[in-house]
Design a protein around this ligand. Sequence first.
Ligand code: 1PW
Length: 214
Amino acid sequence: CVHSAAVYRRSSEVVDCFKMSLSPNQIILEHYLTGWRGLIKFIDSLGKLFGFISSDALKKVEILVRFRNGDNGSEYTTVQSMVQFELQNELVDVNKTGIYPESGCRTLLRLHRALKWLELFLDRLRTSTEDSKTSVMCTEAYNASLAQHHPWLVKKAALGAFRFLPQRSEFFKIMNVGPPEKVVAVLGEAVVLISEVYRITEELYVKHNLLDLP
Ligand code: 1PW
């Protein structure tokens, strides 16, 4: 997309990346990953306590970037082409024997699951009022989605970190898109786009029975 992660400044630019990743029934990996880089920058700006979250997400993004830059890079243009290529070439641990721990399919699945959390959290943020607590909204969104895929230690660390999220007004400022009404509008757009990206990926993963790759 038009925004390079390096100059990324506003959360509306992340929304642009996810918008550009929709093609319209395929997900273009380049833009999906740029969107994630923007999200990671945003998480980083929330403080050091969130470093373990952003560093894991960054690791996943970098694995997929490596595939895109590798010998078979052209197969990693869309999520659909990636899934087809890796399945056809038996690069995915479909039998759960742990021999391909870093397939593109299993790596993207982690980001895909995290996107559900983001969708739920942003939707709560969008419909929240001035006295709503970001930590509560984030915790609820997490418990309703990503938490079920995490071992207890990760859960404990994540739930512990959420308590230190900036409060709503500060959070809106960090998003850097303007007054609260504008933030709410951007959040509305973000939720629609992210849920569409999520839906398309989910359908693909269901179709190929990839939703519980180790
Ligand atoms: C404040 C808004 C935040 C929204 C972004 C969501 C990012 C979620 C990343 C959570 C990472 C927690 C720590 C890492 C856990 C990994 O074990 C887990 N990774 C993810 C992305 O869930 C599973 O990856 P693994 O261990 O199977 O390679």
